[in-house]
Design a protein around this ligand. Structure first.
Ligand SMILES: [Fe+2]
Ligand SMILES: [Fe+2]
Length: 164
């Protein structure tokens, strides 16, 4: 737990970022579980999850990763950025498929399952290897900035991740 200047307890940054992972997964899963047969009419949770994932990647690459001690994390951070690139391209393709009436339900659902599986693989490394450093290695000012951005930050227009 992290205590604010007002004495309120907040979850650790690691917990806050991990929670975003779960919320993003839940949005994609909600799309897959919906009973509405017309895929585009039930796409709101999927669109929301992709928007959240893009912002999540932005916060990691622009705000968090550059503030971590490079030494032992150089290789893992390189892997994270490479996987963000793959996730980003998959989201671009999925977003395009959602707009294309020629793509059937099955194609969209397969793309969602593949995205979930890439996320599972990515998060299974990021959570134990990178996230403990968020609370251990960011100074108080940077930590407060990250918390504020988690609450209110938006993806800058036109931003794409380094390896998209
Ligand atoms: Fe993440
Ligand atoms: Fe990530």
């Amino acid at each position: 737990m992290h205590t604010t200047s007002r004495g309120e307890e907040e979850p650790s940054l690691a917990a806050a970022f991990t929670r975003e992972h779960h919320e993003i997964d839940a949005g994609i899963e909600a799309y897959l579980a919906a009973t509405e047969p017309e895929p585009r009419r039930r796409a709101a949770p999927l669109r929301g999850a992709m928007e959240a994932l893009r912002r999540h990647i932005y916060l990691e690459e622009e705000i968090v990763f550059p503030r971590l001690p490079p030494g032992p994390l150089i290789m893992p951070l390189m892997v994270m950025r490479r996987e963000h690139g793959e996730l980003w391209r998959r989201m671009d393709a999925l977003a395009a498929d959602l707009e294309d009436p020629a793509t059937g339900t099955e194609g969209l659902e397969t793309a969602c399952r593949e995205l979930l599986s890439l996320l599972e693989d990515h998060n299974a490394k990021e959570e134990p290897v990178i996230y403990p450093h968020l609370d251990a290695d960011l100074d108080a000012e940077d930590g407060a900035r990250v918390r504020e951005l988690l609450r209110t930050g938006t993806l800058p227009a036109g931003w794409v991740c380094q390896q998209a």
